[in-house]
Design a protein around this ligand. Structure first.
Ligand SMILES: Nc1ncnc2c1ncn2[C@@H]1O[C@H](COP(=O)(O)OP(=O)(O)O)[C@@H](O)[C@H]1O
Ligand SMILES: [Mg+2]
Length: 540
């Protein structure tokens, strides 16, 4: 009920005229006026509407005011309904008492003073309104309290569920911590240790509770202590993740390697509130890693040694091959060549004798054959090892060789030397350069399909540079890159010979053609040809 809502006022009197007069008197109060001419009607209307005030005459036939008042009061709904009795006669105090006992709250005597009636009715009407408002407020309050209570109950239920979940999670966490092979720890924001799992005590045999603060450090290997603490201080200051490896002493007084890791947990403001970390036993993998590293180093060393051995072997092989060539060349030249020359002299002498013409002819033919054989032996011997190389040097040997090549292959050759007065080089180097040129030219002849080949022999500063360029079909990319699997014995030999003297081989495309170049640094130049023999001695 609001403050402006009208209240119902029941007017009861058996005389309609009186009812009308009450009505007139109360009109200006602007409340709802309900009329009843009998107690029965009054009761009916009371039951149907929410009546605030019952104004009734004491003197009524059948049921009088007192009786009706007590009937109304008996009903639980009307315990608080204001009942005002109107009495025509002067009532004694006893009568009044009777009325009050029956539930009346006030009396009005006749003749009615309208203002008095209105004042009284108004008070009860306001009281009713206030009471109703209070009831409404109470009801609202109750509803709100109820809602609030329900909400709180719901929250309490959620809280209980959360607590249960938390307890469950804690149990899980406990299980994980206790079954984890790692040591689990936490530290405060300032880095001091505040928790460490039982695994630490199991491993170290430390008395329970002694690992907090700096107690754990006692079990770290003396050589690793600094490293572990310095890194930890650095991380606490910078907030970076912590990682360190150190050895920890077991209960059997043996040290094993551990890897500790920790991450900071931050508040919403970003401040570090705690650190959580693990400490894992990495001893076996660390040892394995170490032994693997050692094995790899050993293996590398072995490979290096083997490679050096092989290189030495191949150098020796080439030197021996050169010596063998030189020996066979001499044998051919001095042995077979000489024998053939002797046979030729014998036959020449025989021809001076008086022989049958057929025999003479046969002798002549044999002499021709022997001449060709002598020539072949000479060529073979010179190819194997040009005598010129030892005697008048590299330039003459190369000139002789390229002349022969031109003649045999029809390839135009040109030799350029720089400086013109080319110095003599140590015999081994001269042999090597001759073999390099020979092999490069053989390749031109065999693979290039070239018309021209230019050979350059240059001595620039402390470098000897040998270049063989042709105008043939060019060379494959893999060979240019000197990829071992694409090289044959020839180019491999050139490379090896260059390396033997600390030099390098470069193969490139000349478009058209191929360039094979060998650069050998700081050769020991023998300025005087008279020194050749000494150099040869030194080289052996
Ligand atoms: N001047 C060249 N022109 C074109 N191709 C060449 C030349 N020199 C070498 N090659 C190529 O390089 C390959 C490797 O040469 P090499 O190591 O001397 O082995 P081989 O001559 O026995 O094949 C040759 O097979 C050839 O294909
Ligand atoms: Mg070859």
């Amino acid at each position: 009920m609001t403050a402006d809502e009208k209240v119902n006022i029941l007017l009861v009197d058996d005389q309609p005229a009186k009812l009308l007069s009450y009505e007139v008197m109360l009109e200006e109060l602007r409340e709802n006026l309900i009329k009843a001419t009998s107690a029965k009607e009054a009761l009916e209307k009371l039951l149907r509407t929410d009546v605030a005030i019952v104004l009734m005459d004491v003197n009524m036939p059948e049921i009088d005011g007192f009786e009706l008042a007590s009937m109304i009061r008996q009903h639980p709904r009307f315990q608080k309904t204001a009942i005002i009795l109107i009495s025509a006669v002067n009532l004694t105090d006893l009568d009044r008492l009777k009325g009050y006992e029956r539930g009346a709250v006030d009396y009005i005597s006749v003749p009615i003073v309208p203002d008095l009636l209105r004042a009284k009715v108004k008070v009860f009407a306001e009281l009713h309104r206030k009471t109703r408002q209070l009831e409404t407020l109470n009801q609202e309050l109750e509803t709100r309290v109820e809602e609030r209570t329900q909400e709180l109950a719901k929250r309490a239920e959620i809280l209980e569920q959360l607590n249960l979940m938390l307890a469950h999670k804690n149990q899980e966490l406990d299980a994980i911590i206790h079954t984890a092979p790692d040591i689990i720890f936490s530290r405060q924001a300032d880095g001091s240790r505040d928790y460490i799992s039982d695994r630490f005590y199991e491993y170290t045999g430390a008395p329970p509770g002694t690992a907090s603060g700096l107690g754990w450090l006692e079990y770290v290997h003396p050589d690793d202590k600094d490293k572990a603490t310095v890194e930890w201080t650095r991380c606490v200051e910078s907030g970076a993740n912590y990682e360190a490896e150190y050895r920890m002493r077991s209960r059997d007084k043996l040290y094993r390697w551990f890897r500790a890791r920790a991450v900071p947990i931050r508040s919403e403001k970003g401040e570090i509130v705690r650190w959580y970390g693990t400490c894992s036993d990495i001893h076996d993998s660390k040892l394995l890693e170490q032994s693997m590293r050692e094995s790899a180093t050993k293996l590398e060393k072995m490979v290096d040694e083997r490679t050096a051995e092989l290189r030495e072997l191949s150098v020796r092989l080439m030197t021996m091959q050169d010596q063998e060539h030189r020996r066979i060349a001499r044998e051919l030249h001095d042995g077979l060549g000489q024998e053939l020359a002797v046979v030729k002299i014998v036959l020449d002498n025989a021809l001076q004798q008086d022989l049958a013409p057929a025999t003479k002819r046969a002798c002549g033919e044999v002499i021709n054959i022997i001449d060709r054989a002598i020539q072949q032996v000479r060529s073979m011997s010179h190819l194997l090892h040009p005598p010129l190389l030892d005697e008048v040097g590299l330039l003459s040997a190369i000139s002789w060789y390229i002349d022969g090549l031109s003649e045999r292959s029809g390839i135009q050759t040109s030799l350029q030397v720089e400086p013109q007065e080319f110095p003599r080089l140590p015999p081994d180097l001269e042999t090597a350069i001759f073999r390099i040129v020979q092999e490069a030219l053989t390749n031109v002849f065999r693979h290039a399909g070239a018309n021209n080949v230019w050979i350059t022999l240059a001595q620039r500063g402390v470098q000897t540079i040998v270049t063989v360029r042709d105008d043939g079909r060019g060379i494959g990319a893999k060979i240019v890159e000197l990829q071992p699997e694409s090289l044959g014995v020839g180019i491999r030999g050139i490379k090896q010979r260059a390396k033997e003297f600390g030099g390098e081989l470069h193969v490139s495309n000349a478009n058209p053609g191929t360039i094979v170049q060998v650069v050998i640094p700081s050769p020991i130049v023998c300025p005087d040809t008279t020194l050749v023999d000494e150099c040869a001695q030194a080289g052996k």
